[in-house]
Design a protein around this ligand. Structure first.
Ligand SMILES: Cc1cc2nc3c(=O)[nH]c(=O)nc-3n(C[C@H](O)[C@H](O)[C@H](O)COP(=O)(O)OP(=O)(O)OC[C@H]3O[C@@H](n4cnc5c(N)ncnc54)[C@H](O)[C@@H]3O)c2cc1C
Length: 428
C-alpha cells in the first residue's frame, strides 16, 4: 500500500521504518531539512515505563494555581494565557481525580511497557547507533518525599519488576552518586527500563528506512490532508500534491493544525522543558538513567565523556528570560550531582512536549478512513515510539494490535475536546 507519514521525529521515523519493513511503499515528509528537529531533538532519553504516570494527578489544580502565582518550582505556566491554554488547562484539571489518574496511568503504562519491549527486542536498531543502554533507571527521592501512593500497585499489577533501595544500595547501583553533593534517601529501581539518544535513533531509523527503499521528502511542509468521499487520499504540500491510500499523522505538536480543518480539534498543547548536554566531561559519569523526582530533573549518558541533564515543565512556550532562568537552575543542579561538569562544554536546548490533558497520545483510527493518528505522546514519546509504530503497522495491515487502543482514541474528549462535529469530516 502507498502510505504517507507526516513528521520525521522519533515517532514518525519509527512508523515509516516499521511500515516499510512490512512491505508498504512509504514516503516520509517533514518540514525541516533533517530528522528530529522538534521535541525529539535533545530530550531526556529515558525509556521509562517505571515512571510514565499521568501528570494530571490528584491535587494538580492546587499546583497549577501556585504556578500561576509563580510559587511552584518544577511546573510553570507561560504567558500569554490564550483561549487554547484555558481549554487545555480545564481538561487537564478534569483528569486530576484519583479514578482518572489511575485509568490514565494504567493506559500509559500498558503502551510504554509494550513499546519498551518492542524497542529492546532484536528488531530494534543496534544500541551503538544511538547510545542505547538497557541498564534500568533509578527514580530517586529525598528523606521527606514519598513515592506516589499507587505507583507500586500500578507497577505490580502490570508485572513490572521494581526494587526499593536505600541510600547505600543506590550508591552501589549508581557509583557516581557517591560523589554527588545532593544525597538521596531512597529510590525505586526499574531494571527493565533503559536510555538512549532519541534524535540519533530517529536519524538511524531514517537511514534504515531509506536503505529499504523508503522515500524521505525533507524540507517540505504539509499544508493540508486531502479527503475524497470520506477517505484520505493524500496531502498538499508547499511543493505540490502527494497521493496515497493511507496517511499517518506523526507531526507531534503541529498535528493539531493539520487535523483541525478536518473537524478534529484535538487538545494538544506545548509543555516546555530544558536540557543541557555536557561534553568532554573529565570524571565519573552515570552508568544508567536516573530521575530526581523532587527536583523533576533527569540525567543519562549516551556517549563517552558526555551526559545530559533535563528538567522542568512550563505549560506554553517560555520567553528568553524564563528559559535562561530554567537553564541556570538546571546547570546549578547538574554541577551538584557531578562536580566535574564545571569545565565541560555545554549545549542547551528548549523543547516542547506535545501534551494532551490525560497525557495519552492519539493513536489509531481517526474520524476519516485511511487517516491514522500517531501523535501527541507528551512526556513519553521516546518511550512509546516503537510500540506506537508497531500498532500503526498492525492497524494498516488489518492485524489486531497487542494493546487495547480504547484509551488513545481521537474523540475521547467529547464536546469539550473538539468544536467541529467529527462525524461529518470536511472534504478537502
Ligand atoms: C524536555 C523534554 C524531555 C523529554 N524527555 C523524554 C524522555 O525522557 N522520555 C520520553 O519517552 N519522552 C521524552 N520527551 C517527550 C518526547 O521527546 C516527545 O514525546 C517525542 O519526541 C515526540 O516525538 P514526535 O515524533 O511525535 O514529535 P517531534 O519530534 O516534534 O516531530 C514532529 C515532526 O513533525 C514535523 N511536522 C509537523 N508538522 C508538519 C507539517 N505540517 N509538515 C511537515 N512536517 C511537519 C516537524 O517538523 C517535526 O520534525 C521529552 C520531551 C521534552 C521536551
Amino acid at each position: 500500500m502507498k502510505i504517507l507519514v507526516i513528521g520525521a521525529g522519533v515517532v514518525g521515523t519509527c512508523s515509516a521504518l516499521q511500515l516499510q519493513r512490512r512491505g508498504h511503499e512509504v514516503t516520509l515528509i517533514d518540514a525541516a531539512p533533517e530528522a528530529a528537529t522538534g521535541a525529539s531533538h535533545a530530550n531526556a532519553g529515558l525509556i521509562s515505563p517505571g515512571h510514565c504516570f499521568s501528570w494530571a494527578e490528584p491535587g494538580i489544580t492546587r499546583v497549577a494555581l501556585k504556578s500561576l502565582l509563580g510559587l511552584s518550582d518544577g511546573l510553570g505556566i507561560c504567558a500569554p494565557l490564550s483561549p487554547a491554554l484555558w481549554r487545555w488547562g480545564t481538561l487537564f484539571a478534569r483528569e486530576g481525580t484519583e479514578a482518572r489518574w489511575l485509568a490514565n496511568s494504567r493506559a500509559a503504562l500498558a503502551l510504554s511497557a509494550y513499546s519498551r519491549d518492542c524497542h529492546f527486542r532484536a528488531d530494534g536498531l543496534p544500541a551503538e547507533e544511538y547510545g542505547g543502554r538497557h541498564a534500568g533507571i533509578l527514580y530517586l527521592y529525598g528523606a521527606n518525599d514519598t513515592p506516589g501512593a499507587h505507583d507500586a500497585e500500578l507497577l505490580h499489577a502490570a508485572n513490572e519488576p521494581f526494587e526499593q533501595l536505600d541510600a547505600d544500595q543506590m550508591d552501589r547501583c549508581e557509583p557516581m552518586l557517591a560523589h554527588s553533593a545532593i544525597r538521596f534517601a531512597k529510590g525505586i529501581f526499574c531494571r527493565n527500563d533503559g536510555t538512549g539518544d532519541a534524535a540519533r535513533y530517529a536519524r538511524a531509523a531514517l537511514a534504515a528506512f531509506q536503505q529499504l527503499g523508503g522515500i524521505a521528502r525533507l524540507g517540505e511542509r504539509v499544508q493540508q490532508v486531502l479527503v475524497h468521499n470520506g477517505q484520505a487520499v493524500g496531502v498538499r504540500t508547499d511543493r505540490g500534491e502527494q497521493r496515497a491510500q493511507a496517511v499517518v499523522i506523526a507531526g507531534g505538536l503541529h498535528s493539531r493544525e493539520l487535523l483541525r480543518p478536518l473537524g478534529m480539534d484535538l487538545p494538544i498543547h506545548a509543555v516546555s522543558g530544558y536540557s543541557i548536554t555536557y561534553e568532554n566531561v573529565a570524571g565519573a559519569l552515570p552508568t544508567r538513567g536516573a530521575v530526581s523526582i523532587p527536583h523533576k530533573i533527569a540525567w543519562a549518558s549516551f556517549a563517552a565523556r558526555s551526559v545530559r541533564f533535563t528538567g522542568f515543565a512550563d505549560v506554553g512556550t517560555p520567553d528568553a528570560r524564563r528559559a535562561q532562568r530554567r537553564l541556570a537552575a538546571l546547570d546549578a543542579f547538574a554541577r551538584q550531582i557531578i562536580p566535574a561538569l564545571a569545565g565541560a562544554q555545554r549545549k542547551e536546548w528548549v523543547g516542547s512536549r506535545p501534551m494532551t490533558p490525560d497525557n495519552l497520545p492519539f493513536l489509531g483510527a481517526s474520524g476519516i478512513a485511511g487517516l491514522w493518528l500517531n501523535c501527541a505522546h507528551g512526556a513519553m514519546g521516546w518511550t512509546m515510539a516503537h510500540g506506537s509504530a508497531q500498532i500503526i503497522g498492525d492497524l494498516i495491515g488489518g492485524d489486531t494490535p497487542a494493546v487495547d487502543l480504547t484509551p488513545y482514541r481521537w474523540n475521547r474528549y467529547g464536546f469539550l475536546g473538539r468544536r467541529a462535529p467529527p462525524q461529518q469530516p470536511k472534504e478537502l
